[in-house]
Design a protein around this ligand. Sequence first.
Ligand SMILES: NC(=O)C[C@H]([NH3+])C(=O)NS(=O)(=O)OC[C@H]1O[C@@H](n2cnc3c(N)ncnc32)[C@H](O)[C@@H]1O
Ligand SMILES: [Mg+2]
Length: 419
Amino acid sequence: MEDGSEVSIRGWIHRKFQVGKKIFIRVRDSSGVIQCVIEEGVVGKEKFNEFEGAKRESSVVVSGKLRTDERAPGGKEMYVSEGKVVGFADDFPIKGYEGVEFLLDNRHLWLRSTYLTNVMKVKHTALKLLREFHTQEGWWEVTPPIITSSAVEGGATLFKVDYFGEPAYLSQSAQFYLEVLIYSLEKVFALTPSFRAEKSRTRRHLSEYYHFEIEGAWMDMEELMKFTERTVEYVVQNLIDERQKELEDLGRDIESLKRVKAPFERITYTKAIEFLKQNGVNIEWGNDYGADEEAMLTKLFDRPFFVTHFPKTIKPFYMKVDENDERVVKGFDLLAPEGYGEIIGGSQREDSYDVLLKRIVEQGYDPKDYYWYLDLRKYGSVPHSGYGLGIERLVMWVAGLEHIRDAIPFPRFRERSKP
Ligand SMILES: NC(=O)C[C@H]([NH3+])C(=O)NS(=O)(=O)OC[C@H]1O[C@@H](n2cnc3c(N)ncnc32)[C@H](O)[C@@H]1O
Ligand SMILES: [Mg+2]
């Protein structure tokens, strides 16, 4: 806007300082921050005293003319002609040097920070782009249940709830319900909260996270991986365009994100184990691996890549065994570069009733708990595949965050359930 334009804004005092009879307040609204200059000679003594008594985070409405000033954020400031304090604030408890636990205890106030606001805007756009891409590609959004009766990803991380006196569980993944819906809608997706009772606190795990999951009828693992890399390219490249300012404010190296273009490299689990052993990791074929090993694997490529064909003994019963090698399943993880690791886990599903029943029993589950999941293979079973994308893992990578807790407004992990 031009110098001299008359503007009016309402927001919160983000920063405030005074020089003699001039008060400088930096007013924040959802679009950012603007410096406003309040002079007693312009607004009058009473109004000046009102603003003089307003502390940081007081809510205000101010009007005045814009003028260029290189010293002000964004190079412009407002010369206030009138205004009022709507809500006075007490002493704001966050001064800027507090530790992690204090900031988590005061998350309801820390969310006003420019840092977390930038992250939330990146997350908003990532969600918008995921929905946009799948909708334009002919996928249907559905709403699976969160209260469920059985484990998808193993019993160890289930949260049990008392459901009218009956045991039930918070959803670990909507996958099985999406597999029901492909027999009518064929290509479905859902964004739901998933719950994992993770015993340890790591920088990549939450006990409640947002899970974007898709399921496609007639798709095999190869088709799914091709679709997955197109999806990730679409989301990342459009995020760079639409959230460039926020990503720059977050100090993100945009060049590394510009390299995120399909097709992505692929390595098998077997190759991954060979690489880890060559680099001094004490691991054998058949072992599972975690964040540290994934971080090492991400040194292989400077963009996302797939790890495929894991041993069936370390993967859930629903993954389809590879007809060319019965030791492995047609599953994949998509690992983000720069040490971030797994952001997507997906697979082709077992579509044979008999094989699935055998795998359920083999892994120690009661087939009765999966009667409806097995039924899908009794009535027109089809090859199908799907994946789960951790939204906070995606945001952590794209925004370049140190810890997943800053990718969600109210992080939940062991010993943290408030605010
Ligand atoms: N529809 C499907 O095929 C999904 C499948 N049943 C599933 O849940 N796979 S996954 O356990 O690897 O989780 C999928 C993704 O979910 C994310 N994830 C998985 N666990 C977590 C925790 N604890 N915190 C944050 N994010 C998490 C991570 O990005 C994983 O790649
Ligand atoms: Mg996984």
